[in-house]
Design a binder for this molecule. Sequence first.
Ligand code: IVH
Length: 688
Amino acid sequence: MDTGLEKARARAEELRREIEHHDYRYYVLDDPEISDARYDALMRELTALEKEYPQLITPASPTRRVGGQPREGFAPVRHRTPLLSLANAFDEGELFDFDRRVRQALSGETVEYVVELKIDGLAVALRYENSRFVQGATRGDGETGEEITPNLKTVRAMPLRLRRTVPVLEVRGEVYMPKRSFARLNEAREEAGEPLFANPRNAAAGSLRQLDPAVTAARQLSLFVYGVGEAGGLDLQSHSQTLDVLAELGFPVNRERRLFADMEGIIDYCRRWQQARFDLAYAIDGLVIKVNSLEQQARLGATMKSPRWAIAYKFPAEQAKSRVLGIMLRVGRTGVLTPTAILEPVHLAGTTVSRATLHNEDIIRERDIRIGDAVLVQKAGDIIPEVVAAVPEDRTGKEEPFVMPSVCPACGAAVVRPPGEAATRCTNLACPARRREGLIHFVSRHAMDIGGLGPAVLGQLLAAGLVRDPADLYTLRHEDLAALERLGDKSAANLLQAIAKSKANPLHRLIFALGIRHVGERAARILAGHFGSLDRLTRATREELQAIPEIGPAIADSVVNFFAGEQNRRVLEKLAAAGVNMRQEAEAPAGGRPLAGKVFVLTGTLAGFTRQQAQELIEGLGGRVASSVSKKTSYVVAGEDPGGKYDRALALGVPVMREDQFTALVAGAGAEQSGNRPSGGQAENSRT
Ligand code: IVH
């Protein structure tokens, strides 16, 4: 017997269990226990073992989440039980009608309902055999879908094996793209002159239906499951029990769900979510009301299209009417000119909107939007305001069509619109607007995170000729800054400190900050992890880059081109000379404030701490304790008998943790003191 192999087999299995456990903590419970660096180390060890002993690779290994070659097409999958759709209710009257129909069909029996969020994504069916994920498919027409197993494997919230033995299980759920990922994806596409996704649902669908799973992997999709198709061996009585069992098996089940005995409570709940939904990290387009008892469900049955035991309450589309006061052009980092409508301020979906993107010249022409027009505005994916259409009936004849200028509004250089692209670009590499956007990106929170360096200060630094590229930030002196308008001695000192601190950032932040086309945060982490130093990355060839899972040809080309640029090389040399960290090992220094920026609210009685003790613990780790729950609250810690703060947290979508979770969090934070974790919020993940 090869003892080396046997040892490797045992260690690989141990690593897989550990990684699965941490994936579950991170992606499903949103309650990680270890730092990203420790997680990456586990993953690296497993990858190395599997490379040395390829015979140990299993299809359910976490390293197989991205693998395989791009495919020719999608095979059809016939669903064993059809994936039905839902009937819709657009107002409260239609909800009462539904309730009446249900009670009538059940001859007046007592009925209990479960109400869930209706996630705006794409329906999928996930098949498990002997507790292992074997096949995933889209809904398709409900009878036949498309087989997208490799793409689904890249969704980290989806378990590859179940936490308990189940012979056969088919689970149904919704794959979705969190609002933040959606916004960033569209920003990047706008910058690259690519067509935009109209909403997170289309973005999720477009990302899942990719022949190359590496593209799906780069898209930060997540999942909520809400039902079963086939469940041999699980003795299920009710829908709420089904959801609990799915959660126990390791599936992400949305925590916002409630039982109701009557419609009045349901209608109240629907009204609350109509507002509270804007605070969620993902888009929902309504709520789903389901009869809880599975036996009653069976008796109610289904029509051709939808079950009689469920209904979707759809939120009214939030649109507002405003007027286009002007069209402004923003010059982005890569020189793309993005037209933005300046609007008469109007209240829409939770905020006041006074500007809205018009994307590009073609869209303005297609929608025939003119300066002075009355327009309808809505938010794509609940966040990005956009002009949907003009209201031609309101025209006076004074409206003016928009004309794309032939020169850059910032520097006067010629602009070009390459054939086949929707984007118009400034051709001047030294364009001050491009430089400014590049700097804004470099210092931004997810990049080098230099607080206090806002667009205004950067603009002044550029205008004064003190800064031409990001590396110049590191040679700024106190007197340079203190001389700027509206910047006192104290602010100048704080800024210098923030700049100096950023030198120790982990490598992936620097890579992201460089603003290499197509290299988002995730790709930056992958590149940092793979090459370990900026120096090695600059020397990487196209082939080497493309051999990395999740790095496709577009990223590889863009990275190689970036480092081939003379100007970029010079900036890197200056950054190195300034002492900016360019190696992977140097994690951010132990800050001692792992809860910095986190706001906690305590409610109910904690068994292990007095309020005072809990507060001191949180503050000792850099967090803050507030007395009331708002959208800014990071976590509500609920002890025994929680009060109204608990309900408010649920309504606002603020994460709630039990005392044991809180204890684990402070214990973990105290032990790690890494301070470099992504922020919480269900499904807002940045782990690669
Ligand atoms: S239950 C037979 N629950 O909405 C019942 N669907 O308009 C099947 N959806 O195709 C659906 N969130 O893609 C259900 N909590 C939820 C849902 C949900 C989103 C989607 C699903 C379905 C569509 C129907």
